[in-house]
Design a protein around this ligand. Structure first.
Ligand SMILES: *[C@@H]1O[C@H](CO)[C@@H](O)[C@H](O)[C@H]1NC(C)=O
Ligand SMILES: *[C@@H]1O[C@H](CO)[C@@H](O)[C@H](O)[C@H]1NC(C)=O
Ligand SMILES: *[C@@H]1O[C@H](CO)[C@@H](O)[C@H](O)[C@H]1NC(C)=O
Ligand SMILES: *[C@@H]1O[C@H](CO)[C@@H](O)[C@H](O)[C@H]1NC(C)=O
Ligand SMILES: *[C@@H]1O[C@H](CO)[C@@H](O)[C@H](O)[C@H]1NC(C)=O
Ligand SMILES: *[C@@H]1O[C@H](CO)[C@@H](O)[C@H](O)[C@H]1NC(C)=O
Ligand SMILES: *[C@@H]1O[C@H](CO)[C@@H](O)[C@H](O)[C@H]1NC(C)=O
Ligand SMILES: *[C@@H]1O[C@H](CO)[C@@H](O)[C@H](O)[C@H]1NC(C)=O
Ligand SMILES: *[C@@H]1O[C@H](CO)[C@@H](O)[C@H](O)[C@H]1NC(C)=O
Ligand SMILES: *[C@@H]1O[C@H](CO)[C@@H](O)[C@H](O)[C@H]1NC(C)=O
Ligand SMILES: *[C@@H]1O[C@H](CO)[C@@H](O)[C@H](O)[C@H]1NC(C)=O
Length: 749
């Protein structure tokens, strides 16, 4: 621990020295703001040419980016794309290229004879017409215009029609179909041809509209005016936008081939739409040309109050900035943080600032020591505080009262768990849930454990939390993830569980490659085991243990698909409203008991409801995620219930369930799920009834693995199903089944 403190102190020292030197450093860091390679032409007439574009050999990235600057025929000079006749009027390093493109026209004289027309086209050997920036527009009152293009390798045609009788009805400033119509450009177009024609040779409208026009134009440059109907004859070109990018491969492919991408300095590579090329962009906090070495320059956020949220003082750092407070104040200095608060006199900071005046050397030595001592004292105090706050004293008492022969929860120290997880290393994270992070750790005795670190604590729940820790740590049931202990010295309690090898039920249901190997029988067994263990805990000796957060991500599986329910009562650690919120926000399947919205209480019957959802999930499998996507407002339970009602059950079932299970059996499970999902808690069955029915179904399926041809004896099936109806009351099979269930539950204790 001492070495950790040393590191912290060193970091603090460095920061202090950095502060003193900051002024000098920032003055020296002036960098050039050139947009082109050194010695290359930065402009061609009015157009600035940023690298990777360039006008002479060695100045551009490759031939795709060659700009020919024609100064012999034009003054000021004009820029053309790769030696073609396509004129370039603006280039941005963000990947846009503005060019001028000819417009199509079709004109007639008063008596309806054609005067002139054209069909301009544009062919790009590289780059694409931007579908987001451009529109195809046609203007005229007797006009039919088309754009024919090639998108990748296939052709496409689109267009629009505009007819009108009088200029009086033309909407000025809106291109809405009268006198002017428009349509979008397809994605990925590299070639197009425009043509425009008329139905009636502009007879009857000639007075105000002798010609039809069609063009592709940058949307934000276009504002229709009814005067265009008459006098667009002098206009021959319109501005439009191309998307440019480098190469024809993704960033990943380039890297995989062992080549360097074109991104330099503080920049990053990203793929354009379809992976047919890539671009570079400066990292957050930087701006400039990402294709040049040192092209991305740090943004000085402190210069622009819109870019920083410092209350008092701002210091620019590389790629970011920090706020700080003047002498005599403390806080983070952020308007969205703690601001700056005046320090009461006599505090440590004032003493330190006095020290500054005495001499920097003295200060550094002195302050390091006092910082270290202060921090150490504070840390010890903090640990005690957390331990008390987290109910440590209570737990210690509780544990010492019990007999020490049985294995109970252990109280781990903070250091022990830090060591086990390599100081909570990112690579040890095996899961992130609604209210915590789970790390994989190795204890000093070699045991592999899962360590759960919660995010927030509701202090009012601490008593119950401790109580449950004690109860849970004594439970040794094959379908419960064993709680080995906890650590209370940290701000939030850490829980230590046994490590389960094969991940969550959720993954096994929804991951295609895993789902296929989970048979119907296995699904049914997992359901039965889960219901069984919930039943066991609901009827546990001292207090009923309500799980409160039954969901497929809380059911873990070992390497032979044994269900291991985790996180019993762990939701105690979170204020309940947050459980609700996280359930909604995460867009899970809606496991939360609807009654909770009225009563704000989670009961045994809430577990039954959540279990019902898991049951549905097991039946619908991967399709569950699809409903979730298509039916945004409705949850899985409602979707399932409506499908069940409309007799569409087989449409929404997982493939293997349809294939392997008799529809009658599935219907029984569905009926059971339906009962679990009743809105009124009191109308739901107890989890014990549910467990018994599932166990009955399981036994039946096991002993009657019917093929599709082999009709079941319906009578026999009905009684094996164990509906708690009169018919079955004194049936031998039912009784023996019940025994079996009880037996299994008993085993767990
Ligand atoms: C260049 O810019 C000037 C002033 O902004 C403008 O008058 C001129 O028409 C522009 N030339 C070209 C070729 O765009
Ligand atoms: C400049 O443009 C004119 C007319 O388009 C063309 O004839 C000439 O070859 C061009 N010059 C260069 C250097 O590209
Ligand atoms: C090029 O476009 C950018 C962004 O739209 C604009 O800021 C810049 O002024 C334009 N440059 C020219 C020469 O039109
Ligand atoms: C229109 O053009 C046709 C053929 O070019 C010509 O015969 C006719 O006189 C023209 N009409 C007018 C009104 O100019
Ligand atoms: C539409 O606007 C243009 C200029 O903005 C104006 O000359 C014309 O008279 C207007 N037309 C109508 C029908 O309002
Ligand atoms: C088009 O121009 C008119 C007048 O110049 C203006 O009132 C209107 O807001 C503009 N519309 C758009 C979409 O820019
Ligand atoms: C990608 O570009 C390379 C070189 O520019 C070229 O040889 C290759 O044919 C292109 N591949 C495709 C799929 O266009
Ligand atoms: C995306 O790329 C694939 C293969 O390169 C192609 O078949 C597909 O048409 C492209 N889609 C679009 C929208 O460009
Ligand atoms: C800048 O620093 C703040 C606080 O340290 C952090 O929240 C933010 O993500 C950082 N921004 C960038 C661009 O790194
Ligand atoms: C599905 O499972 C396989 C095999 O364990 C794994 O490689 C893959 O990443 C998983 N897919 C998803 C989307 O989690
Ligand atoms: C559990 O994981 C192991 C190793 O990844 C694998 O071999 C085994 O098939 C998995 N078992 C199940 C039930 O997924």
């Amino acid at each position: 621990m001492n070495s950790a403190m040393g590191d912290e102190a060193r970091a603090w020292l460095l920061a202090l020295v950095g502060m003193l030197l900051a002024g000098a450093a920032s003055a020296a860091a002036e960098e050039s703001t050139s947009i082109a390679k050194p010695g290359c032409q930065e402009r061609c007439g009015n157009v600035s040419i940023p690298y990777p574009f360039g006008t002479t050999e060695g100045c551009y990235f490759n031939d795709d980016f060659y700009i020919s600057c024609n100064s012999t025929h034009y003054d000021p000079p004009r820029a053309f794309l790769t030696g073609s006749t396509i004129e370039v009027i603006n280039i941005t390093v963000q990947g846009k290229l503005r060019i001028m493109q000819f417009i199509a026209h079709d004109c007639y004289n008063r008596s309806g004879a054609p005067v002139s027309s054209n069909t301009p086209f544009l062919t790009l050997s590289k780059f694409r017409i931007s579908d987001t920036d451009n529109k195809f527009v046609a203007i005229g009152c007797d006009t039919e215009a088309t754009i024919q293009g090639i998108q990748d390798v296939q052709g496409y045609i689109s267009g629009c029609i505009s007819k009108c009788d009088s200029i009086d009805y033309v909407d000025n400033h809106t291109c809405s179909g009268i006198g002017c119509c428009q349509t979008s450009i397809a994605k990925g177009v590299s070639y197009f041809e425009l043509s425009v024609g008329s139905y009636n040779n502009h007879r009857g409208v000639w007075d105000f509209n002798p010609c039809s026009y069609a063009f592709v134009i940058e949307e934000k440059m276009f504002n229709f005016s009814s005067s265009y109907l008459r006098d667009l004859q002098d206009v021959t070109v319109m501005p439009m936008v191309l998307d440019w990018f480098i190469g024809n491969e993704t960033c990943e492919t380039v890297k995989a081939k062992g080549m360097r991408d074109a991104c330099q300095g503080d920049s990053t590579c990203y793929n354009v739409d379809n992976g047919s090329g890539y671009r570079c962009k400066c990292l957050d906090g930087y701006e400039g040309n990402p294709y040049l070495p040192n092209g991305c320059r740090d943004i000085d956020e402190c210069k622009d109050p819109n870019l920083n949220n410092c209350e008092r003082m701002c210091r620019n750092t590389k790629g970011n900035y920090t706020c700080f407070c003047p002498k005599g104040y403390h806080g983070d200095g952020r308007t969205d943080g703690t601001d700056c608060v005046a320090i009461q006199s006599g505090s440590l900071v004032i003493q330190l600032t006095v020290g500054l005046g005495v001499g920097i050397t003295a200060l550094l030595a002195g302050s390091t020591w006092s910082f270290w001592a202060f921090k150490r004292w504070k840390l010890i105090k903090l640990k005690h505080k957390f331990f008390r706050q987290n109910g440590g004293l209570m737990l210690q008492q509780e544990l010492s009262r019990r007999d020490t022969s049985t294995e109970t929860a252990k109280i781990f120290s903070a250091e022990e768990l830090e060591k086990a997880t390599n100081n909570y290393d990112e690579s040890r994270i095996i899961g992130r849930g609604g209210y915590g992070t789970v790390y994989k750790g190795t204890l000093s005795d070699g045991r592999i454990v899962a360590i759960k670190k919660s995010q927030i604590v509701d202090e009012s729940q601490i008593d119950q939390f401790i109580n449950e820790v004690v109860v849970l740590s004594q439970i040794n049931h094959r379908n419960v993830v064993k709680l080995l202990g906890c650590c209370l010295e940290t701000e939030v309690p850490l829980l230590v569980y046994e490590f389960i090898t094969n991940g969550t039920l959720f993954e096994h249901i929804h991951n295609k490659s895993k789902a296929s190997s989970m048979t119907f029988e296995t699904r049914l067994r997992i359901a039965a085991e889960t219901a069984g263990v919930l039943s066991y805990l609901h009827s546990s000796a001292s207090i009923p243990i309500i799980h409160r957060d039954v969901k497929s991500t809380n059911i873990l599986l070992d390497d032979v698909y044994t269900a291991k329910v985790s996180d019993f009562g762990a939701s105690r650690l979170v204020p309940l409203d947050q459980v609700g919120i996280s359930t909604v926000v995460q867009g899970t399947f809606g496991y939360l008991d609807p009654e909770y919205l009225h009563t704000s209480q989670l009961t045994e019957k809430s577990d039954v409801y959540s279990f019902g959802v898991v049951l549905v999930e097991l039946l619908t499998g991967q399709k569950a995620l699809c409903f979730q996507r298509s039916e945004e407002e409705r949850n899985l339970a409602m979707y399932f219930l409506s499908a069940f009602k409309q007799d569409r059950l087989s449409q929404i079932l997982e493939k293997c369930v349809v294939k392997e299970a008799k529809i009658e059996v599935v219907k029984e499970i569905a009926k059971l799920a339906k009962r679990c999902l009743r809105v009124k808690g009191e109308e739901r069955p107890t989890i014990k009834e549910v467990a018994m029915e599932l166990e009955g179904l399981r036994i039946m399926v096991k002993h009657h693995p019917w093929g599709n041809h082999d009709e079941p004896n319906l009578e026999e099936m009905e009684y094996l199903l164990g509906e708690p109806s009169l018919k079955l009351g004194s049936n031998a099979a039912y009784d023996s089944m019940k025994d079996h269930v009880i037996l299994q539950v008993g085993n767990g204790r």
